[in-house]
Design a protein around this ligand. Structure first.
Ligand code: ATP
Ligand code: PAF
Ligand code: BAL
Length: 294
């Protein structure tokens, strides 16, 4: 496994591999901010299974953090990340500095429309968050020129924003979404979980419980958002979590819905002490009675 600190080094390593890339499906890119866990490893495994060469990028992108505190507190462990990447079969780790990504004079922002970036995470983290994500992902795609790039469905709005950007700018890359990897109690794996105290970690299980409660209710035919929200909010509140949003939206437009009468994403963000937890679930309305029975 090679480590590249600059775009030039990455190109050098990849050009040595590109001849191989004709065999399988070229290069797969897995963009991350490091502090690798099973969620990231699942993306790497998906890329490994599909591509001749796998590039893992590790870059804690300052442009997507509004709050300097969150950026400073973001967990970093490059040594362990490199060991995990090697064990998972990554070919090249691309770990640039902020100066390499944003040299002096850098003056470009990629901005997806606020109807997709100004709501949910964008509303809480500030308008600059998804501009920062779109800008860095666009640049990572331009540097690595992968055939496909892998993103987690845990950050479902990010995945939607990246897909929109790629389609609108006709970027020659396939975007692959991968399912959320969870702990035994259902909590979505996240780098920020490392900052939870044991009490906060126990309380955090209320997030998947709230989502599962909603899915169960929808399965029983309860589809009105006004009926689905209160018990879920109560589950979060009982655990001592501060809910930032619990939203029912159309999976592609992010427009809020009143009822789960078509595919709907329930997206939630809650604070456990200093840690923001996000999660989501795709809900489908129950099949009309009689359908599906022999
Ligand atoms: N539990 C998970 N399952 C699947 N993919 C995940 C999971 N957690 C993160 N990812 C994906 O890994 C990629 C890199 O994410 P990132 O480095 O921000 O990790 P993270 O754990 O989401 O960190 P954060 O604490 O910022 O939420 C993203 O595409 C993200 O959606
Ligand atoms: C996609 C990403 C690597 C861009 O910095 C980041 O937002 C993340 O880790 O999800
Ligand atoms: N995992 C999404 C990127 C972020 O939290 O900034």
């Amino acid at each position: 496994m090679r480590i590249a600190r600059t775009a030039a080094e990455l190109h050098e390593h990849l050009s040595a591999m590109r001849p191989r890339s004709g065999e399988a499906d070229g290069v797969g890119l897995v963009p991350t901010m490091g502090a690798l866990h099973e969620g990231h490893l699942s993306l790497i495994r998906a890329a490994r299974a599909a591509h001749a060469a796998v590039v893992l990028s590790i870059f804690v992108n300052p442009k997507q953090f509004d709050d300097g505190g969150d950026l400073a507190a973001y967990p970093r462990d490059e040594e362990q990340d490199i060991a995990l990447a090697r064990a998972a079969g990554v070919d090249v780790v691309f770990a640039p500095s902020a100066d390499e990504m944003y040299p002096s004079g850098f003056a470009t922002t990629v901005s997806v429309h606020p109807r997709l970036t100004g709501v949910l995470e964008g509303a809480v983290r500030g308008a600059g968050h998804f501009d920062g994500v779109a800008t860095v992902v666009c640049k990572l795609l331009a540097i690595a020129r992968p055939d496909a790039a892998y993103f987690g469905e845990k950050d479902f709005q990010q995945l939607l924003v990246v897909r929109r950007m790629v389609e609108d700018l006709a970027l020659p890359v396939r975007i692959v979404g991968c399912p959320t990897v969870r702990e035994a109690d259902g909590l979505a794996r996240s780098s920020r979980n490392a900052r939870l105290s044991p009490e906060q970690r126990a309380a955090a299980a209320a997030v998947p419980q709230a989502l599962n409660g909603i899915a169960d209710a929808v399965g029983r035919g309860v589809v009105g958002v006004s009926e689905l929200r209160p018990p879920a909010l109560e589950t979060l509140e009982r655990a001592g979590l501060a809910c930032e949003y619990l939203a029912f939206v159309h999976p592609e437009t992010l427009v809020p819905v009143d009822a789960v009468d078509g595919p709907t994403v329930c997206a939630v963000a809650a604070e456990a002490g200093p840690v923001r937890l996000i999660d989501n679930l795709l809900l489908n309305p129950p099949a009309p009675e009689g359908i599906g029975h022999a």
